[in-house]
Design a binder for this molecule. Structure first.
Ligand code: PNS
Length: 169
């Protein structure tokens, strides 16, 4: 039986920390879908299409990974795609409380889908998309934290009119 998992997130933008989790999940499951949430309640720097495009471009070389956008409940999307597991990266104790709550909530909606956690590699424990956005907004070098394509996209966003481009959604 093919085991398919989903890695959901806002990916605003995708970082090396996300890629670490995606690659390790790709080694554990037959197929991994990176689910880029529309995240209507959140204002994002990159549009949904941009976030999907960046995630696609940096996961291109991983054969059993594909990127798809979704705007529904996560468990409904996972079920439609035949995923038995939701995979989340856990960075630190602070992530745990939120993720524990989300996994309990998701499992109460659809008990057939389990959430599995992969611990972040130590070098990415501190890394978050929000920190990367903030660093990039000040023109800091983010090449240690995101792939080049993403760094270029951030630079372009924040270059507009010589000031931070602001949030687009
Ligand atoms: O990268 P993030 O912002 O931590 O990801 C959060 C995400 C997208 C996984 C979460 O907001 C989500 O699952 N959104 C889809 C809607 C949903 O199913 N919400 C759960 C019940 S409130």
């Amino acid at each position: 039986m093919q085991m398919r998992a989903i890695i959901p997130g806002t990916f605003d933008p995708i970082t090396f920390g996300h890629l670490d989790i995606i690659k390790r999940a790709a080694g554990l499951f037959d197929e991994v879908i990176v689910g880029v949430a529309l995240s209507a309640p959140k204002r994002t720097l990159f549009t949904h299409e941009e976030r999907i495009g960046l995630a696609r471009s940096v996961t291109d070389g991983i054969p059993n990974v594909k990127v798809e956008g979704f705007s529904t409940l996560l468990v409904d999307f996972a079920s439609d795609k035949g995923c038995k597991a939701i995979v989340k990266g856990l960075r630190a104790i602070t992530d745990f409380e939120y993720e524990f709550q989300m996994s309990a909530l998701n499992s109460s909606i659809n008990p057939a889908i389990d959430t599995a956690f992969i611990m972040s590699s130590p070098e990415y424990m501190f890394l978050s998309s929000s920190a990367v956005r903030e660093l990039a907004s000040f023109g800091a070098d983010v090449s240690k934290f995101v792939p080049e394509t993403v760094g270029n996209a951030l630079a372009k966003k924040f270059e507009m009119d010589g000031k931070p481009a602001g949030r687009t959604e």
